[in-house]
Design a protein. Structure first.
Length: 140
């Protein structure tokens, strides 16, 4: 049996909608705090995908902060698929509710479903095998 999904699921009345502008502003604030350059990855640069991304130019190389709804992950490169996620504790502490920073371990887990699924959810989970693939993917 697999490990249970840890995807964020908030009651509708708690967080009514994802605010990508707030995510971008938080990333800019992080960059200012760390005194590094930030770059919002545009729709044209990303293509059609399930997340927003911001690049931080750190001393030891770039880190991309990815956000799908309120789930956050980090990677060193956006090229290639599947995404190779990394844990970056130095950045993780900047994200508080409503965000949830997903660990590499969580993102690489297969799903264990404990509730009935819609047809779309069933298709998606069969197509994207891990939680990370499901959250941070390119639509085809």
């Amino acid at each position: 049996m697999g490990i249970k999904s840890t995807l964020v699921s908030f009651p509708e009345e708690q967080f009514t909608g994802y605010d990508y502008v707030a995510f971008y502003n938080l990333c800019k604030s992080i960059a200012r705090d760390l005194r590094v350059k930030s770059h919002i990855i545009t729709y044209e640069e990303l293509g059609i995908c399930s997340y927003q991304a911001v690049k931080l130019s750190l001393r030891d190389g770039p880190i991309y902060i990815l956000c799908n709804n309120y789930d956050v992950a980090f990677t060193r490169e956006l090229e290639g698929y599947p995404i190779k996620f990394v844990d970056v504790s130095m950045l993780a502490h900047y994200f508080s509710l409503p965000y949830k920073v997903c660990s590499v371990e969580e993102l690489n887990r297969p799903f264990e479903i404990t509730r009935p699924l819609s047809d779309w959810e069933r298709y998606s989970i069969n197509y994207w095998k891990t939680q990370g693939d499901f959250l941070f993917n390119y639509w085809d």
